[in-house]
Design a protein around this ligand. Structure first.
Ligand code: ZN
Length: 350
């Protein structure tokens, strides 16, 4: 039985409760691919490796699992049928590449389970594979991913049409959930919510927004309104923030809590600034790993229960997050297998 298929609404809360009150999300995927030598200067960005270096994709998933990630996010952030077709792939080949992103993550999970004596897969807290869906702006690769400004021609229906087949394919590919990431505006969140409902998508999802001021999402839409869209959609099991500087995260957690009781996820970037023109990160505008980590237990105390890193964070960041949370003041991650009769002890998750 898949994650969320028996009790969809509470699947994430149940998962977290069995997992000691928190889960660790992986870190910057593209960042780590580049560290392994991948060249991502391409409209497909990290999804280019699905075509030319799947072994690196698998390696990076394993790096994050070994660092302590409980949830790994697939390389499909910038993988779209339209983007693959622009490279000359057929519709069928493009869909197969989307499926491949999930297959590689599942393979990495199997290898990790085997290397670790299958202990985790037998527990109530398996590792989850989250199929990434990046925004329409990420597909455009023109900077609108971080402005959320798509112009007036882009309507709700346009966005639904753009994402529909991609979401359907990922939902049928064996992932545990869909991670809608770096959502830049309210319109795109509404498009995702309507797609999930209308197409009767069979796996749950999380919605994760990005912000550059700690008050609004990057388009200027209110985080309260955006998080409310996520709250109203039954298929959305967690809501939060990613690819946003660490200094804004605490305030955003408090805002999101005003409009939802769903578990809150956060996976900030390193705090460095991305220059959409040159497609590079401006160095020395961020925080060090040490500073990033000093925030982690505060974010957890403030109410975030799924914590990881986004662009420019590394397996070292994730290892430190994992170590910090397991030593935190209210950490209850069990070291022995948990059966459902024990789960009442782990009630930190709201
Ligand atoms: Zn990012």
């Amino acid at each position: 039985m898949g994650f969320g298929s028996d009790k969809p609404a509470s699947a994430m809360s149940d998962f977290l409760r069995n997992n000691g009150g928190y889960a660790v999300i992986d870190g910057g995927f593209a960042t780590e691919l580049e560290r392994h030598g991948a060249d991502l200067n391409d409209p497909l960005w990290s999804a280019k490796c699905l075509i030319d270096s799947p072994h690196l994709v698998r390696r990076v998933h394993l790096d994050y699992l070994e660092a302590g990630a409980d949830i790994i996010i697939t390389a499909s952030y910038q993988a779209t049928i339209q983007g693959f077709e622009a490279k000359g792939f057929s519709k069928e080949e493009s869909e197969a590449l989307l499926q491949k992103s999930v297959e590689i993550a599942r393979e990495a999970r199997d290898v990790y389970y085997e290397d670790n004596g299958n202990e985790r897969s037998l527990r109530n807290f398996p590792i989850l594979v989250a199929a990434s869906v990046g925004s329409y702006g990420a597909y455009l690769a023109d900077g609108s991913e971080y402005s959320g400004d798509y112009g007036e021609k882009i309507t709700l229906e346009y966005l639904k049409k753009f994402h529909r087949r991609r979401v359907q394919v990922l939902a049928e590919s064996g992932a545990d959930l869909i991670a809608f990431e770096t959502i830049p505006n309210k319109l795109e969140a509404q498009a995702y919510a309507e797609l999930l409902e209308e197409d009767d998508i069979k796996i749950p999802a999380w919605f994760s927004f990005s912000s550059k001021d700690g008050v609004n999402v990057v388009s200027g839409d209110s985080i309260l309104e955006c998080a409310s869209v996520a709250d109203s959609c039954e298929k959305v099991l967690a809501v939060g923030i990613n690819c946003t500087p660490p200094r804004f995260i605490h305030g955003l957690i408090l805002s999101i809590q005003k409009v939802t009781n769903k578990p809150i996820l956060i996976y900030p970037n390193s705090g460095e600034t991305y220059d959409g023109q040159t497609k590079t990160w401006i160095k020395s505008t961020g925080v060090s790993d040490v500073d990033f980590i000093s925030y982690v237990n505060k974010w957890h105390e403030a109410g975030a229960s799924l914590i990881g890193g986004c662009c420019r964070t590394t397996p070292n960041t994730i290892r430190a997050i994992s170590n910090n949370l397991s030593k935190g003041p209210d950490a209850l991650r069990p070291s022995e297998p948990v059966t459902s009769s024990h789960s009442v002890k782990y009630q930190l998750v709201k």
